[in-house]
Design a binder for this molecule. Structure first.
Ligand SMILES: [Zn+2]
Length: 124
């Protein structure tokens, strides 16, 4: 994926993170801002530290979302962002726009959900 697009999705992910992080300290907010500006070295806290602290304050479901965002940011750093982790094909960008933490392309997502559906026991 092109650097300009990666930056765009990084901003989306950081924005998403900000929505889950309404009670961050000034230091943490500064670190999030710095990460968005690609100036992470100048922040006192690393983005990873901030994400972990945010996740600690949240309930299970929200901290799972924060963990997904964290993993997506890591994939951006590793250069694997936007590729399906199951089959390696590029994930449709419209899909990433709607769900920037997406790990799978639509085909694999459907296959995984089918498999889950077959194994799932009704709980309601
Ligand atoms: Zn796939």
């Amino acid at each position: 994926m092109e650097a300009s697009k990666l930056k765009h999705f990084k901003q989306l992910l950081l924005g998403e993170l900000g929505r889950h992080a309404q009670h961050v300290s000034d230091d943490q907010a500064a670190a999030l801002d710095a990460a968005g500006e690609d100036a992470k070295e100048s922040a006192d806290l690393s983005l990873r530290d901030v994400i972990q602290e945010i996740a600690l304050k949240l309930g299970d479901q929200e901290s799972q979302m924060v963990a997904d965002i964290d993993q997506a940011l890591m994939r951006i750093e590793e250069g694997s962002y936007g590729k399906c982790v199951r089959c390696g094909k590029p994930i449709d960008e419209r899909r990433l726009e709607a769900m920037p933490t997406a790990r799978y392309d639509a085909d694999c997502q459907a296959a995984i959900e089918d498999a889950k559906g077959m194994n799932a026991r009704p709980t309601l």
